[in-house]
Each structure stands twice: as structure tokens, then as C-alpha cells.
Ligand binder design. Sequence first.
Ligand SMILES: *Cc1c(COP(=O)(O)O)cnc(C)c1O
Length: 376
Amino acid sequence: MTARIIDFLNTRRPDGPCLVVDLDVVRENYLTFAHALPDTRIFYAVKANPAPEVLALLASLGSNFDCASVAEIDMALAAGATPDRISYGNTIKKERDIAAAFARGIDLYSVDCEAEVEKVARAAPGVRVFCRILCDGAGAEWPLSRKFGCEPEMAIGVLEHAQALGLRAYGISFHVGSQQGNTEAWDGALASAAGIFHTLAERGIQLGMVNLGGGFPTKYLKDIPGVENYASSIDAALKRHFGNRIPETIIEPGRGMVGNAGIIKSEVVLISKKSADDEVRWVYLDIGKFGGLAETMDESIRYPIRTSHDGDAKTPCILAGPTCDSADVLYEKAPYELPVTLSIGDEVLIEGTGAYTTTYSAVAFNGFQPLASYII
Ligand SMILES: *Cc1c(COP(=O)(O)O)cnc(C)c1O
């Protein structure tokens, strides 16, 4: 909750649901990462919030950018980043998109199998590649599954193949799962990475970089460890596994960079019960899963919700969005406590919504406009 956002909402009174992002908070987050991890380059994960103002601010602060598509690369370039500050970090790329990135001067690519290495070698000869390894995501509230990365043993072959095809086998990457609450979660993957460095060195390939990915949390309902705690734990793990040969490191924060910088203003459209003696009220907002709150899927992310009645007694509510899709329920398995005095037409503020909201919003499902966003 920032005074600037409250002031903006009170003076501008935008109609309809909207996200307001405070750039001062983004700046603070960037400086906190930079200060806690002074030897690590920061590659902001553009997908978390690609608003041009956010990208321009981060570019001016010296950030690098982790992009997943040519469109994201173009946004980073338009924001002022030079190609040497951009990685193409998606392991799943069309060959013609790799060629388009190469034509723009991008020199750093992510792979997790030999077929992808072959595409990169054909479309972007001579560039640096890093191989993503699997990470189980334990401790994360939004784990990233087995979709990306390969087993560490396989990464050795993938990087050897890259080197043989004229690419520069450059490093290892992993992602410990988004909204990772365990500061030690990087340890296992760093042990695997060190093993790969060692094996490849014996075969004459010197890797240089470990990409520590994202995972840094933003505060929702529960308290979270500070970035310094993550930094010291990562630092200790690097020393433990790499000794005095610490590689170049990069991080790719998305959520941790912008999550707490944004607040969504929403309105209560309807409050109802399903029978006269129903104990739980259904509260329908003018935003739901299709309006930007997709991370409530499986009730994974529980956003703090503020109302103007917060001092009053609370009762459990099922919270749902406004669309005609039964999947558009935010919290039902674990109902959400809201004030009994909450009424139709009241405004509610959904905190911690600076990341993964505008980009998840549907174009016009049921005619509802995509989530409006104001960057201040
Ligand atoms: C989404 C993503 C990130 C950002 O993750 P957060 O948990 O939001 O910090 C970083 N790296 C890659 C490769 C990603 O896909």
C-alpha cells in the first residue's frame, strides 16, 4: 500500500478495475537486489510486468532483461537496453524467432535439449548458450514443474553438443519455483551446477556462468524473508559448491521486482447466498481469473484484500470474478474472511498485484476489457 497509489486513486477515480503501479517501489526493489547481490547481474523477467515505464526505469538503473519472445526483446530494446543486456531465456523458441533475435544482436540463449541447440546453432551461429536444469520447485507457491530444463546428467551432453556445433557453452540455469519461501532452495541446484562445471572442465569446456533464475517472493498474506536472507544463503551455497572459483552469476527476478509495486482497485458487484441458511457469502468482484488474477488458479496465490470496513467483524466468503465461466472463482476451497459490513458497490484494493496480472488478463472475455494499468 503506498500513499502515492492511494492518492492517485482518490484524485483520478478511474472507472472499472485497474492496476496502479508505483515506480518508486520498483526502483527500491531494484536497488535492494543490486545492493544484496553486488556481484550478480540482474536480468528482469519482462513477462512479470512489461509496461514500457517499468522497463524504461529498470533500463535506466542498469538492469538487464530476460525475454521470452521477439516481442519482449523489442520492448526491452525500445526501453533503452542494448542487445548485450538482453537474454533470450525461453527454452522453447521457433527457429525463425531465434534468427530474428540474432539479427537484433542478441548473444545469450537458453536451451534444455539437443534439438533446441541445433536450432540455435543454425539460426544464431557462435552465440553463448546456457542449459537449463530441472529443479523440483519444493517450497514454491507457484512451482514451475518439469516443463523446463533437463536432468543435470543430460545437460552435460547438451552443452557438449552446443560446443561441437560452434556455439559457446556458457553456463547453467535453473528456476527454484516462483514465490519461493525457502531461502535455501538454491543449494541443490547449485550443487548440480558445480558438478556439471567440473565434468565439462575435465572434457575441455570451461563454463563461466550460473543463472540463478527468479523465485524471489513478494509479500502477500504471509511474511517473507528479505532479499538479504536469500543473498546470503545463495552466497554460502556458491562458496560451498564452487570453492574459490565462483562463476559469474545472474538473477532473473520478476515477481520480486514488481509484485509489491502494484495494487488493483476493484468493486464489489454482488453479494449473495445460495440458500436462506447458507453460512458462506458469495462475493463477486469486477475482476477475476480472466481479468488478471490468473495466479489464483488452484488458489495458489492469496492476495491481501483491503476494504474500507477492515476494522469490522469478518465472515468467510467465497470470492469470485464477474464472468460467465464457472472456473472464474478465486477462493472457495479456502474461503476468504471479509467484513460482514462489506456491501455491493464498495471498492476493494487487492495488494501485491504488480506482477503477473496485466499480462494474464484476457482480451475481452464476455466483453470485459483487458485490465487497465496506470504507472505512476
Ligand atoms: C518467469 C521467469 C522468471 C521470473 O520468475 P519470478 O519467480 O517471477 O521471479 C525468471 N526466469 C525465467 C526463465 C522465467 O521464466
